[in-house]
Design a protein around this ligand. Structure first.
Ligand code: PLP
Length: 179
């Protein structure tokens, strides 16, 4: 509330103002990541992830079939192909074995979702990353302040995406972060 009042008083209500900088620095220190950029949504962070990884026509990106639409849309926007893999019923999270079966020479990335803040099996996914040389994007929209073996969700793969939507763990109304 103090920060909202300060932003209103300073008349800096757009992004990249002094409070944005403070939040970004806070995220970088708290999460121990090289860069944290605030975005207007997790959807936008996922779109930025696909751009940052140069995903384009002919590329395939594997993701869970049980998911919010943003990650599939981010892939389609780049002209690439989303490939859906099954989840594990006990965690509702992407099944690494189902993912491995979907890997082809065109696979460039996996977008995994930490459903309900429950961590994916990150050891299995980092192993797939090493063996197949593919990027790991963590959709940690629901995973702020949740952890895999002590590591904050969103900081283990190559890129992490957070949501600060009203329905999520921490909110700014609408908002997100690109880690
Ligand atoms: C909410 C959510 C998003 C989208 O977040 P926005 O900030 O609303 O764009 C993406 N992925 C998952 C898994 C979500 O739960």
């Amino acid at each position: 509330r103090e920060a909202v009042a300060e932003a209103v008083e300073q008349d800096v209500l757009h992004g990249d103002g002094p409070i944005t900088e403070r939040v970004q620095s806070f995220l970088e220190e708290w999460l121990d990541v090289r860069h944290a950029l605030l975005t207007t949504s997790c959807t936008h962070a996922l779109e930025m992830a696909m751009m940052a990884l140069n995903i384009g026509p002919g590329d395939e990106v594997i993701m869970p079939s049980f998911n919010f639409v943003s990650s599939a849309n981010a892939v389609v926007l780049q002209g690439a192909t989303p490939v859906f893999a099954e989840i594990r019923p006990e965690t509702m999270n992407l099944d690494p074995e189902a993912v491995e079966k979907k890997i082809t020479p065109d696979t460039e990335a996996i977008v995994l979702v930490h459903y309900g803040g429950v961590a994916c099996d990150m050891e299995a996914f980092m192993d797939l990353k090493q063996r197949y040389d593919i990027a790991i994007v963590e959709d940690a929209a629901q995973g702020v302040d949740a952890y895999f073996k002590g590591e904050p969700l969103g900081t283990i793969g190559d890129i992490g995406c957070y949501s600060f939507h009203d329905t999520k763990n921490i909110t700014s109304g609408e908002g997100g972060a690109f880690l």
